[in-house]
Ligand binder design. Structure first.
Ligand SMILES: [Zn+2]
Length: 357
């Protein structure tokens, strides 16, 4: 029996070596790729960096890990970065929004407009985000309204009507008609907010602005946490860390953490004049290093860097000691005690699981 099995395996491997389809089937192994689609920190623009965003795709070797394509935030230029890795707006299965600051959603209208113009025959796209959240100062942050009004300027300008006159099959309400908005009441306890096949997305509430959420993607080959701009629930020192306790709990057992980072040089002692409350609502690179070490992550990807690499200013705030480098971010992360893999994000930096040896 054993000899028969060995002979069968030999025949299969021999056949698959010259039949490409069979070869792919024999070797198709599941995989996940995490790609930073934009690493600009905050609303400034610097040297062409795209606005905040992370793509997570899961599949297997036979489809280049593209069975499911998820986009977390869609800052300025997201569709341009996606095009550089061969992903069209129509290939994105769902967009998850951490919060409705413009630097995280500038690219959403563009993504949806392109889909409406060119790929409208595809199923609706899910946009997943927090339900309307009231802030203490008496205003409401509303992802649902952001999506509902995403193309209002193009409706008002007449463009939507004009393009429908060219192709009446385009949905009458414009890009918002293509969206399935799925809001959730965000909670400190993780809750599943989206799933498809082997892929599950969980969300928690985290502090930054009202309605901010952080996400975790679980797949059979591993898990990634996308912290967004999360900070600690205590808005300023004294506190144990600038990082979020909810994100840390969410990250336990995840292999990869993607998180916005601010360098301590922007702190109140750094002489930049950067407003302290804005500094304190981000997570510092050092505290992220400590959090990643505590949670057992194998890899930390810093994104949304404040300040950007090689920049001598963050928007209007000048760095008195000059620009900082990726090595400066790494020094800050290692000072937090993290011993794992580190990516100091540039646009299109990526990490693959399982890691190719
Ligand atoms: Zn931001």
């Amino acid at each position: 029996m054993k000899r028969v099995m060995i002979r069968l395996l030999f025949v299969l491997s021999f056949v698959s070596s010259f039949v490409p389809g069979l070869s792919a089937l024999a070797q198709a192994a599941p995989c996940m790729v995490v790609t930073l689609t934009g690493t600009q920190g905050g609303p400034s623009s610097f040297r062409g960096l795209a606005g905040s965003g992370t793509m997570v795709r899961y599949g297997d070797d036979s489809n280049d890990c593209r069975g499911v394509v998820l986009q977390f935030d869609a800052g300025r230029g997201t569709s341009m970065r996606l095009s550089q890795v061969g992903v069209t707006p129509g290939q994105v299965d769902a967009v998850f929004i951490t919060h409705v600051h413009s630097d995280h959603v500038d690219g959403l209208a563009d993504l949806l407009q392109l889909r409406w113009m060119q790929e409208y025959k595809l199923p609706k796209i899910d946009v997943v985000c927090s339900a309307d959240a009231a802030a203490g100062a008496g205003f409401v942050m509303s992802c649902a309204k952001l999506v509902a009004h995403t193309a209002d300027a193009y409706i008002q300008s007449g463009e939507i009507a004009q393009r429908r006159a060219e192709d009446k099959a385009r949905p009458v309400g414009g890009p918002a008609d293509l969206v399935n908005v799925r809001t959730f009441a965000s909670t400190d306890a993780p809750q599943v907010v989206w799933s498809s096949g082997d892929v599950r997305v969980t969300a928690v509430r985290s502090a930054h602005v009202a309605g901010h959420a952080s996400y975790r993607v679980d797949t059979p080959v591993g898990s990634v946490v996308i912290g967004g701009d999360a900070g600690n629930d205590t808005p300023a020192p004294p506190r144990a860390s600038s990082t979020s306790a909810q994100v840390e709990a969410l990250a336990r057992g995840a292999q990869v953490i993607v998180h916005s980072a601010i360098h301590p040089v922007m702190g109140p002692d750094g002489g930049t004049g950067f407003p302290a409350p804005i500094y304190h609502r981000q997570s510092t690179a050092t505290d992220l290093g400590a959090m990643a070490q505590r949670s057992g992550a194998q890899h930390l990807m810093l994104t949304h860097l404040i300040p950007p690499l090689e920049a001598d200013r963050q928007g209007p705030y000048r760095l008195p000691k000059g620009a900082i480098t990726a090595a400066d971010y790494e020094t800050a992360v290692r000072a937090g005690g993290f011993a794992g893999g580190l990516t100091v994000g540039g646009d299109l930096s990526s990490v693959r699981l399982p890691v190719r040896r």
